[in-house]
Write a protein that binds this ligand. Structure first.
Ligand SMILES: Cc1ncc(COP(=O)(O)O)c(C=O)c1O
Length: 458
């Protein structure tokens, strides 16, 4: 058979290959005890996997075997209950399974013309999130690849709005545009600023890590109209600390800046009554992000970017080209228009399917369980001799020190833990002091598992 037909037609070879892939996926998704796994060296992987890319192909069976037995074990299971580093992921069974459907359906999520059904479902989720966060009806946005791209896209829209406002008033543009945020804001804000060639003023938050309106007011007084946006962090990555969004938002009337809320990690916690109050003021945001691939239990990769007035996003981001006129010269809602992207996977659908299947209440419970566990284990750490909490946890991140341990002690301990397949907990630091953090968001993580990890530090 000619090669093109071999790859695309329904043939016995392709039927077999699809069965193998679905069988593997089924086994993996239904395995209650997937190992944590660990990285391997490039030399080891080369030796074990051999040369897999050849003119003739090695066949699907062999390629899948290489994946299952060599490559997959060299990838840490990021939704393992004892994966407590960085910001973990914990997709629901429904969301994981539906990711297969998104791939199987050749959906295009960039335009209404091509993907109206998918876009409709994604928009329902975005509208639901916007309402949860107190944004007015009419707020809307798009699922993008991650919080980094979401933050960048929001800040580009913010600068565009500031430029338009200044041009309208006849005032000159500042020599350098400035974005104000907490000195503990996520690194993606600095990254966005570099891409946009704007400056960042990082305001030092209080001892507790919370950025307040008073501190922001000083920065605004110092930099005036050059400030096009203030970013409030709704759950810092290192500590899960929420800025005092209400006091920052209260400055908007006088200073007229765009308020962006970076809730990539933490804003999901607003769904739980245990944390909802901490987010007061989010309803004043001009834009916000929250990542379903973090605490909304969707697979990689998805960030919900929401604009108070979606027109601001569209003005900043719509790409114009002759071949796209048929999409852009209509009033249709095309997700491509709302961020720095064009081609897009309908990446909000796994979250939509899961939310529709289980209902919002299940999400509130699951998120609340992690917040409660973080509080519990913080009590446990406080009660142990030789351990000190660095800050009181607000959401699901618990940061602590093992008294007297050096950076090297943490590193050796962490390597051993992963090597023994006990847990994945990497060292961190704050203000130059080494520490370690539990980032808890997987509903399958238990207090007993966390206590057992603490025992290994005794
Ligand atoms: C607060 C915050 N903002 C932004 C990001 C970046 O998100 P992503 O890794 O999806 O680009 C993160 C990632 O951890 C984060 O915690």
């Amino acid at each position: 058979m000619a090669a093109p037909a071999r790859m695309h037609d329904v043939t016995p070879e392709n039927e077999r290959l699809i069965d193998l892939v679905l069988d593997y996926s089924r086994r993996r998704m239904l395995d209650p005890d997937v190992p944590l796994d660990k990285p391997a060296s490039a030399a080891e992987l080369r030796r074990l996997a051999g040369t897999t890319i050849r003119e003739e192909g090695i066949g699907g069976e062999r390629a899948l075997a290489v994946f299952e037995h060599v490559l997959a074990p060299a990838c840490i299971t990021t939704d393992h209950p004892q994966y407590l580093s960085f910001i973990p992921t914990a997709p629901t069974k429904a969301a994981t399974a539906f990711d297969l459907v998104v791939s199987a359906s050749a959906l295009y999520g960039g335009s209404w013309l091509e993907g109206s059904g998918a876009v409709h479902a994604e928009n329902e989720v975005i509208a639901w999130l916007a309402a949860e966060f107190g944004l007015p009806r009419g707020a809307g946005g798009v699922f993008v690849q991650g919080g980094t791209l979401g933050n960048l896209s929001a800040l580009v829209a913010a600068r565009e709005a500031a430029r338009a406002r200044l041009a309208e008033s006849g005032a000159p543009a500042p020599a350098r545009w400035i974005v104000v945020c907490s000195a503990e804001a996520h690194s993606s804000i600095g990254s966005a600023a570099r891409v946009m060639d704007v400056d960042v003023v990082g305001v030092v938050p209080g001892e507790d890590g919370v950025l307040s309106g008073d501190a922001v007011a000083d920065a605004l007084a110092a930099h005036g109209d050059a400030v096009f946006a203030v970013v409030a962090t709704a759950g810092s990555t290192n500590f899960g600390i929420v800025d005092d969004i209400a006091s920052i938002a209260a400055l908007k009337e006088e200073h007229g800046f765009w308020l962006h809320v970076d809730g990539a990690y933490g804003l999901a916690a607003m769904l739980s009554p245990l944390a909802r109050d901490r987010f007061a003021g989010v309803e004043h945001a001009d834009s916000l992000v929250v990542d379903p691939h973090k605490w909304l239990f969707a697979p990689f990769d998805a960030c919900a970017l929401v604009y108070r007035d979606p027109e601001t996003g569209r003005r900043a981001h719509t790409q114009h080209a002759e071949y796209l006129d048929t999409l852009t010269e209509t009033a249709d809602w095309s997700p491509s228009d709302y961020a720095a992207h064009l081609t897009r996977r309908a990446r909000g659908l796994p979250f939509w399917f899961s939310l529709a299947s289980y209902g919002a209440a299940a999400y509130r419970d699951a998120i609340g369980a992690s917040i409660a566990l973080a509080r519990d284990i913080a009590d446990g750490i406080r009660a142990r001799d030789g351990f000190s909490l660095v800050r009181e946890p607000q959401l699901g991140v618990v940061v602590f020190e093992r008294d007297g341990w050096s950076k090297a002690d943490y590193a050796v301990w962490s390597d051993r833990l992963l090597d023994a397949q006990r847990a994945f907990v990497v060292p961190s630091s704050h203000a130059g002091r080494p520490n370690v953090r539990f980032a808890i968001l997987n509903p399958r993580t238990t207090r007993a598992q966390l206590e057992a990890i603490l025992d290994t530090m005794m």
